[in-house]
Design a protein around this ligand. Structure first.
Ligand code: ADP
Length: 398
């Protein structure tokens, strides 16, 4: 009986084992089916790299994304490497290395050469499998076609650059008068110095010491004129964003001096209230100056549209929060209708007969790109105040 019992329990154990194995098999098959379905259904291309042998499985979709048929594109790491854009090669290899060594998530963007020879943008993500010694056995992942997004991004960036440039050039028209005045001053000085020198030299015994002083005056005048021209050049340049640490006071004062003549001519007083000990901000000086310039010119137009009353512009800069500097331009103009409050930041929205409606929209995009905010508030008595924030450099946070 004991024997029979042992035999029965053996059979039962065996049966349980077989059943377990079968269940496991079904499970694997199911997950394999699911995997195959996922591979087929996904619009992403999939890859599975046996790092030890260098063999790589590339899904048909992977090959299709770069223009190859299923029997083309050899299953090796080298074929991937050979199709990478030379400029993306180093960064991609480094990302793989960092994922393997430090387990930093692998998520990169690179260009692959298609069969036709052109490059397309992809986003690749993947995950390695390590053995118990930390050695990489396998790495698998996907590539996603992001070519369209990349192209769009490029287009909107260049459109923005163009608009930005255009608005700089447009504002140039408005400040040309004040610049002409600024250049005229040193030129007039140079002419009178030169005439004085001519008079001196016409004497029988010219005082060379006096002539020398006059020549020094000419050189100084020349330098001043050059500095103004340099500022014009800077505003006209259509260059890419260039960020650095900048001194808030200096960049605001530069804009103010550029516009001073213009503002005075309109019988408006411009007051600067810049806090002492302002930290530097991190940004593109020309772009930030462009924003302040737009806000001041808008304020000036709003005051001119308002008729009589207070004619005052106040530019303030203060550090109200830990990590930002707030700059505001307050005017005593006509203010903003409640119903327009949100629309004024839209591109091409303008209530002016000659308005382009681009100033505020460009300004807002510049500030947002700097990681700040631009908003407007109605003044209690008269006019509007536009304020924006610019993050201070990380170094200031430490
Ligand atoms: P534009 O000045 O060419 O109209 P903006 O984008 O700079 O373009 O301004 C859009 C609109 O916002 C203006 O037409 C005006 O109605 C309103 N606006 C801007 N600044 C002020 C301001 N300081 N006071 C009152 N309204 C303003």
């Amino acid at each position: 009986i004991a024997f029979l019992f042992i035999e029965t329990s053996l059979i039962i154990m065996l049966w349980i084992q077989i059943k377990k194995r079968r269940q496991a098999e079904i499970k694997t098959r199911k997950s394999e089916e699911r995997y195959t379905l996922a591979v087929r259904g996904s619009t992403d291309g999939l890859w599975d790299w046996k790092t030890l042998s260098g063999e790589v499985f590339y899904s048909d979709r992977f090959k299709e994304l770069i223009g190859y048929s299923p029997d083309e594109f050899p299953g090796t790491f080298d074929s991937f490497r050979d199709h990478l854009h030379p400029e993306d090669l180093d960064a991609t290899l480094k990302a793989i290395e960092q994922h393997h060594q430090e387990r930093v998530p692998y998520d990169v963007e690179y260009r692959l050469r298609t069969k036709r020879g052109e490059y397309k943008w992809f986003r690749a993500r993947g995950q390695a499998i390590w053995d118990e010694h930390g050695k990489v056995l396998r790495m698998a992942g996907s590539i996603q076609d992001i070519n369209e997004r990349k192209q769009m991004g490029k287009k909107s960036q260049s459109l923005r650059d163009e608009l930005n440039h255009m608005s700089r050039v447009l504002s140039m028209g408005e400040i040309a008068a004040s610049l002409a005045h600024e250049i005229n001053q040193p030129l007039t000085a140079i002419r009178s110095y030169a005439q004085a020198a001519q008079r001196l030299l016409a004497r029988d015994t010219p005082d060379l010491h006096e002539v020398d002083k006059i020549l020094t005056g000419i050189v100084t005048g020349n330098r001043r004129a050059e500095a103004v021209i340099q500022r014009i050049r800077m505003l006209m340049k259509n260059e890419q964003s260039e960020r650095s640490l900048i001194d808030v006071k200096t960049f605001i004062k530069e804009v103010a001096s550029l516009l001073r003549k213009n503002i005075e001519e309109h019988n408006i007083s411009l007051r600067l209230e810049l806090d002492a000990n302002l930290p530097q901000v991190f940004g593109d000086r020309v772009q930030l100056q462009q924003v302040v310039l737009n806000l001041i010119l808008n304020g000036l137009e709003a005051i001119n549209a308002g008729g009589d009353g207070l004619r005052e512009l106040v530019v303030r800069a203060s550090k109200d929060a830990v990590d930002v500097v707030t700059i505001s331009v307050q005017d005593s103009g006509i203010g903003i209708h409640e119903e327009n409050k949100d629309r004024i930041f839209d591109a091409f929205f303008s209530t002016k007969s000659q308005g382009m409606g681009m100033g505020l929209s460009i300004s807002r995009s510049i500030i947002e790109e700097h990681g700040g905010r631009l908003w407007v508030t109605q003044n209690p008595v008269q006019g509007a105040t536009f304020s924006f924030t610019v993050p201070i450099h990380k170094e200031d946070l430490i």
